[in-house]
Design a protein around this ligand. Structure first.
Ligand code: SF4
Length: 434
């Protein structure tokens, strides 16, 4: 059975250079296996793992959901059989089910999606299908939670593989953020300054648990996406003397730097250390306190890769995602969200060479969509988002056929109180204006 299949290896630097067959290596030989091999390994070892791909090296927290074993018939089915079963179940369900596919999802799954987009676009796309009883989110856990927050009570949001988490989102848990908040309150107090700005505003990236979005809603904070992070930080600076930004240090740093915040006013908060590893004065002098989190996919991009792309392809346009390290963003021609990257390529009127610093599945799809351009991934070692990779067509076939049989499996439900506070933080984001 194929898993990530040859599509992952389609676009490599060698291919762009020589137009030859793909020679790229992958970051893990286990990419040729089905994710259930990892489920089994987890079950035997008793340790949750993210599976092969870019974030496989990150420790999965104890609370990471476990996917039970997928029934054997789905593991043994060929790609063609799974395709037939998915199409048949989809046809049987009709308008009752809507399938959402994230930009970083593998093509074997994306081919069945009714909508493809980033996490927030997809949650909003689901709102256009109020008649759907089931929203099948082919993304990761926090995305399904956001869809549940925004969908109606009657709609069931389903994550085909429960173990499809996000290693970045898992780097900030509610307990650690609460503890950080208490320590900051002891230092800053609660009194606003002369301009009415509170000591600190919490800002969470969309890539975080519903509990953290609720934390922000409850404490005067807000959610941001990679598209609106600048507007959201400006919103927060109008109301607070400083910002606590989690979980992605890179998006926080890149955005705050673009707004003119000096690096020495952006201390990092390491949740394993007292005061996050800072002295009190550094926190008092801070403008943005950055959580020690990162995306394992975007962390792989480097300035050396950009230098090589420029040497090999004079005139290349380098576009990277703001989850990349600051040095990479600084060395690129531009940086922006997945939507920004898509629009930048769509806007190019002349054949152009693009080196892209984001997840490989999305880069491959852009290369296929715009054959007039040469588009390749900056990282020559092909590495997908290993958590997204866990949504295999076998899991999609299983959840769909269960729905046809009248059973809802793998439903993601966010607690009612958490929903209310998380929605407050999301609504603040929607109302924030540049
Ligand atoms: S690409 Fe990074 S941030 Fe996005 S889901 Fe995967 S691990 Fe999480």
């Amino acid at each position: 059975m194929s898993s990530v299949n040859t599509a992952i290896q389609l676009i490599t630097r060698e291919q762009a250079e020589k137009g030859a067959a793909a020679k790229g290596s992958t970051c893990s030989p286990a990419l040729a296996k089905g994710p259930w091999d990892y489920d089994l390994a987890e079950a035997l070892a008793g340790v949750p793992a993210y599976g092969p791909g870019a974030s496989s090296a990150d420790p999965a927290p104890a609370g990471t959901p476990r996917q039970g074993q997928l029934p054997e018939e789905y593991k043994r089915a060929s790609d063609a059989e799974l395709g037939e079963r998915i199409r048949a179940a989809k046809a049987a369900l009709g308008e009752r089910a809507v399938i959402l596919g994230h930009f970083y999802q593998r093509d074997e799954v994306i081919q069945y999606a009714d909508f493809v987009g980033d996490s927030f676009q997809l949650a909003n796309a689901a709102l256009t299908r109020p008649e759907a009883e089931a929203i099948i989110f082919c993304g990761v856990h926090f995305m399904a939670e956001t869809a549940d927050i925004l969908s109606t009570l009657d709609q069931a949001v389903i994550l085909p593989n429960l173990a499809a988490g996000c290693s970045m989102a898992d780097m900030a848990d509610a307990d650690s953020v609460e503890e950080c908040w208490e320590q900051l309150a002891e230092i800053f107090g609660a009194e606003p300054d002369a301009e009415g700005r509170v000591p600190v505003i919490p800002v969470t990236y969309m890539n975080s648990s519903a509990a953290l979005k609720a934390f922000c809603g409850e404490h005067g904070g807000i959610v941001c996406t990679s598209s609106n992070a600048k507007t959201v930080l400006e919103w927060a600076f109008q109301r607070g003397q400083r910002v606590l930004f989690f979980p992605d240090q890179h998006l926080g740093r890149n955005t705050a730097k673009a707004l003119g915040v000096p690096l020495d006013q952006m201390p990092m908060w390491n949740p394993r250390k007292d005061l996050g590893g800072n002295d009190e004065q550094a926190l008092l002098d801070s403008r943005v306190i950055l959580w020690h989190g990162f995306c394992s996919v975007h962390k792989r991009f480097s300035v050396a890769q950009i230098d090589k792309a420029r040497a090999d392809f004079p005139g290349v346009q380098v576009i990277v995602h703001p989850e990349c390290p600051m040095e990479v963003v600084d060395a690129a021609d531009s940086a922006g969200s997945t939507d920004f990257i898509k629009k930048a390529i769509a806007a190019a009127t002349e054949p152009t060479t693009f080196a892209i610093g984001t997840e490989i599945n999305m880069v491959n799809r852009l290369a296929a969509e715009y054959p007039q351009h040469t588009i390749f991934c900056l990282d020559p070692v092909i590495c997908p988002c290993s958590t997204m990779y866990r949504i295999h067509p076998g899991y999609l076939a299983w959840v769909l056929e269960e729905l046809v049989a009248g059973r809802v499996v793998n439903r993601i439900t966010v607690d009612h109180n958490v929903q209310a506070n998380a929605r407050t933080a999301l609504e603040r984001m929607l109302a924030a204006r540049p």
